[in-house]
Design a binder for this molecule. Structure first.
Ligand SMILES: Cc1cc2nc3c(=O)[nH]c(=O)nc-3n(C[C@H](O)[C@H](O)[C@H](O)COP(=O)(O)OP(=O)(O)OC[C@H]3O[C@@H](n4cnc5c(N)ncnc54)[C@H](O)[C@@H]3O)c2cc1C
Ligand SMILES: *[C@@H]1O[C@H](CO)[C@@H](O)[C@H](O)[C@H]1NC(C)=O
Length: 495
């Protein structure tokens, strides 16, 4: 069965894209022009899949107001390149792995982390290099909780992984709810509707384990507490697994590579509004096209498109892109994005800051913090240089809600020689009654970043991009049998 599944998956992954999307009918002409707004991983991956499904006669314009890569960015500190935005990628990220292969890039494996958890007074947990020591420590303090959580995690990861088979067969979904429902029924779709706290308590995990292990990991990866939804919780906890990786030379290389290979035109400009325009076609049918207005320095410009894919959050605080002349209001979440500061520091951690009096040198490579330790820092980890074979200087990557400041830096480090800081609107500020907005905003207008309200990672954006491109294709050619369907259910019916 397993073997069959693997062969099946392999077969699907190597199957050419055109066949997956189905052959367009003879009646509908391909779209002339498509706009993608944003050149982060979402926009770049969308451009790649759109090119694959619509062929080479369609013009694809990608708008970018900042730098290609968006939240994926690198910087040089003490002569070495490091990620300063989204850094680590999970080993089960099949789309990212495929991109890396396609572009001739390489994966750079992370060494395994040694985790220490600080509760505001002391380290309540310190991981050892020895598996057996950790095992005993964990059992001693938390009973079998860590095994419960591990099994829970694997169960849901396994369910979610079905997305790759569904997408390989060309299935797409108009909302995250329907996507999760098709992959794992009510159990999986419920994950975005209750907190990780509730989900783990339901399977009998102790409050102590949730506070001391789960909470700190979520703070470190998403800057928030255990009231985030269980799906965010799952992706956060996945970041503690082994075999995490980064793209050699930087994750953003995937974005520039995909844009280049998809032969798009990159327009340096900030999109300010999208306006619906109705016009009659030659055959008399009235169709909507979209006018994309943008600012490039002091100049304004516009373009007309058949399909528009928005690949940036629409609300980081204020709406940045306005929608005009649509018959119904455009359904985007009114939520906020969470600020997160990444500070890369080459220096020696001040272990007395953590009341640490254990053996020096300090071995842990990741420091996570419980909610009781306040909001000065969320956590810190040793950053891996993105050039292969370079001996790592001790560069720490510190995460905090606010900039550390000179004072803070002097407190946290005994001494330091270099420092780099980046401030991000990192991901949605989650609350338990969040709603995940739809991917479809209008007939041929799509919003990939709706998925961030279920969880925001590099691979999630790649999944959203493929889903968005499939939706765009199927809705353009009116192949509605591959939208919001459960392929397994269909298979059963056909058998
Ligand atoms: C500090 C930090 C750490 C992270 N760590 C991880 C991690 O370890 N692993 C992981 O998987 N994920 C991580 N993430 C999340 C991950 O980086 C994001 O989920 C992902 O990069 C989002 O990609 P995107 O393309 O959707 O959005 P973005 O990267 O934000 O891209 C959107 C692009 O659109 C452009 N844009 C915005 N508005 C306009 C406009 N009006 N007109 C034209 N262009 C516009 C922006 O300039 C930007 O380049 C992290 C994020 C941050 C900030
Ligand atoms: C280190 O941390 C301790 C305890 O918070 C503090 O008193 C000291 O000033 C810090 N800085 C250095 C350089 O030791």
């Amino acid at each position: 069965m397993e073997k069959f599944a693997i062969i099946f998956l392999f077969f699907l992954v190597v199957w050419p894209g055109r066949a997956i999307a189905g052959t367009p009918d003879a009646v509908t002409a391909p779209p002339e022009r498509i706009a993608v707004i944003g050149a982060g991983i979402g926009g770049a991956a969308a451009a790649h899949f759109l090119r694959q499904y619509f062929g080479h006669n369609t013009q694809i314009d990608v708008y970018e107001s900042g730098s290609v890569g968006g939240r994926l960015a690198k910087t040089t500190i003490s002569g070495q390149d490091h990620e300063i935005g989204g850094a680590t990628i999970h080993p089960l990220s099949l789309h990212m792995k495929e991109f890396v292969q396609l572009l001739g890039l390489k994966e750079l494996q992370h060494p395994n982390n040694l985790l220490a958890v600080y509760d505001g007074e002391q380290f309540v947990f310190e991981e050892s290099e020895w598996f057996i020591v950790n095992f005993v420590k964990l059992i001693w303090r938390y009973g079998f909780d860590f095994l419960r959580v591990k099994m829970w995690l694997e169960n849901y990861q396994h369910k979610f992984m079905r997305i790759y088979q569904h997408q390989a067969l060309g299935y797409s979904f108009t909302t995250m709810e329907k996507l999760l429902q098709a992959l794992g029924g009510d159990k999986l779709s419920k994950m975005t509707k209750h907190s990780i706290d509730e989900a783990l308590q339901e399977i009998g995990v102790s409050q102590r384990f949730i506070d001391e292990m789960v909470g700190p990991v979520i703070r470190l990866t998403s800057g928030e507490g255990v009231n985030v939804n269980a799906f965010v919780g799952m992706t956060s906890l996945s970041e503690t697994e082994s075999d995490l990786w980064t793209v050699e030379e930087g994750n953003q290389m995937v974005c520039s590579g995909l844009l280049y290979s998809a032969k798009v035109s990159l327009i340096k400009g900030k999109v300010t509004s999208i306006e619906a325009k109705k016009r009659p076609r030659q055959d008399g049918e009235v169709v909507t096209s979209y006018e994309v207005n943008y600012l490039a320095g002091p100049d304004t410009g516009y373009g007309m498109y058949d399909i528009v894919v928005v690949a940036t959050p629409l609300h980081r605080g204020d709406p940045e892109i306005h929608f005009h002349a649509f018959s119904q209001p455009i359904d985007v979440v009114r939520g906020q994005y969470q600020q997160k500061v990444v500070t890369l520091v080459e220096g020696h951690l001040n272990t007395s800051f953590f009341n640490y009096h254990g053996a020096e040198p300090f071995r842990p490579t990741t420091v996570a913090t419980t909610i009781h330790s306040g909001n000065f820092i969320l956590g810190a980890s040793v950053s891996v240089p993105i050039v292969r074979g370079e001996a790592p200087a001790r560069v720490w990557r510190v995460l905090s809600p606010e900039p550390l400041g000179e004072e803070g830096l002097r407190h946290l480090f005994r001494s330091h020689t270099a420092m780099h800081q980046a401030q991000w609107f990192a991901h949605p500020r989650y609350s338990p009654d969040d709603r995940v907005p739809p991917f479809v905003l209008h007939d041929h207008l799509y919003h990939l970043n709706a998925i961030e309200w279920a969880a925001s990672t590099v691979e999630m954006m790649a999944i959203a991009a493929k889903n968005g491109a499939l939706l765009a294709h199927h809705r353009w050619y009116r192949q509605l049998d591959k939208i919001d369907q459960d392929p397994l259910q269909k298979l059963k019916v056909e058998l």
